[in-house]
Ligand binder design. Sequence first.
Ligand SMILES: [Zn+2]
Length: 274
Amino acid sequence: GLYPATVQYPATCATLGVLKHFHGLSLCSKVSAYEYYLNLERLTDSSRVEIPKTRYKAFLRMVRQYRHERLMKRAGRGNIENGIATTSPGDLALICAACPQPGINLPKEWERVPPALRFLYTLFVSVDANFRLKNRLRSNELVDAGLHTGLAYFVPQVSYKEHVMNHVSQADISSCSGFAALSRADSKSSTGLCYTGVGMCICARHELIRPLGVGDLQKGERYCNMDYIVLSAVAGLALRMLMIIYDIACQWRVNFSKRMQELPSHLHISDNVL
Ligand SMILES: [Zn+2]
């Protein structure tokens, strides 16, 4: 099959085979689209005397659309009327099959087990920030919008940004000098950067990223970002016990319930769960 580069009057296309090959390769290697395209050019003309006119940008566009469509297909959106428009936040994420999901993989009456056995139905999540995934100030979401932001792993941008904008002057969570020197020495410099890193919440026992459990960080590791990311990753789960593993939990958990009240109500969780 062929994938068109443009919708109207397409004159360029890629084979589905090449898109699938690049997609698979990029998931298990560090090959960039540029390097892959360069290799295609060399396979076409190894002497590089008559290289075909570049279709690199068209290739990038096709790869991006192909990945988006695969995600939609995998989530079964093709079988639903208006499947793309009616996709809800987090619908495209792969759910961990081993973590407790009420109504899916828990026995009947699981809520009535004695307290000593509640640990069986505890969700373990692990939270941390990464400051290597920087995003430079080159483009922005207005001119280069994401195709499914907020529908898979990243938090919905509008309400997340709104919350962060209300806490612009907030300081880092950890004020521990030894910890900062060890792990986040360069986390505060935001010169020339759109985002300085990402915060993420994964299921700790199986290492699957939680749906809506990833968010951009604008400066350091702050309460406003991490609170939103953690609550967005666990909200809506009807579980009785939740264990959050976080390297700076000692400082983060102080006043957590108070800060939760500043977040949208659909992200609130019961104090008894923690
Ligand atoms: Zn899991």
